[in-house]
Design a protein around this ligand. Sequence first.
Ligand SMILES: C[S@@+](CC[C@H](N)C(=O)[O-])C[C@H]1O[C@@H](n2cnc3c(N)ncnc32)[C@H](O)[C@@H]1O
Length: 261
Amino acid sequence: MSAPVVIGPATLYNADALVVLPALAGLDALLCDPPYSSGGQFRSDRVQDTRKKYVRSGSSSAELPDFSGDNRDQRGFSYWAALWLAAALRACRPGAVGMFFTDWRQLSASIDYMQAGGWVWRGVVPWCKPDARPQLGRFTAQCEYVIWGTAGAMPGDPMAATIPGFYECSAPRERVHVTQKPLALVRELLRIVPPGGAVLDCFMGSGSTGVACLQTGRRVVGIELYPVHFESACDRINDAHRQGALFEHADTAQEQARLTL
Ligand SMILES: C[S@@+](CC[C@H](N)C(=O)[O-])C[C@H]1O[C@@H](n2cnc3c(N)ncnc32)[C@H](O)[C@@H]1O
């Protein structure tokens, strides 16, 4: 395993998550966005390029790089997901909160493989996209989901603030990764992590979790397999670091305005 890139409170590995995770310990939370291996009902749909699956035709995002790990069939995907979730659990401290994104097709499997990986499943937080592609004569598939749980028991904290269980927010229009998540949403999810806590993002893509961690005064350990996405993550996290933790939130006014809580 090659040495990580360290940018202030961010430690970033360009590697396979399953190689790095066994070397980590004591992290305060998991917040990640793994490949969904979705984008269709059937094996033939799933093996398509990620840009074909997740980008509207005609969008400029169709020019962005592809990413790996998104073409497994259901059994292989669930098996792999249980492996990385188990390794992530061992990298976290007892009581840590675990969160990861999924879509409607993988929702039921996600709940199973989180528990197969040893996490206590605690719930599902919908992320509703108000401008999702409408579907004629059928319900619009408008939500993605954050599956959350804990590494063992989660004692109640009578002093803690309440946190919503539902978010409405558009996906970023300007992006460097086909499945880039909105910073405003990720910052909201981080409210469950104590300030200063260390967050694991083992599928960091363009580094949205890392940027949000730096913007909210958390530390981050990020892992990304594809060099092109790793470079994007380093650049974005470096920018966030330079702008300063706890600085005025750096995402566009547009994205901020679209987040309804
Ligand atoms: C859904 S994307 C994450 C996008 C990210 N949330 C963002 O905002 O840019 C998942 C990422 O995981 C990476 N990946 C896939 N398999 C991996 C593995 N085994 N280890 C580390 N990263 C992996 C992919 O290359 C991809 O960039």
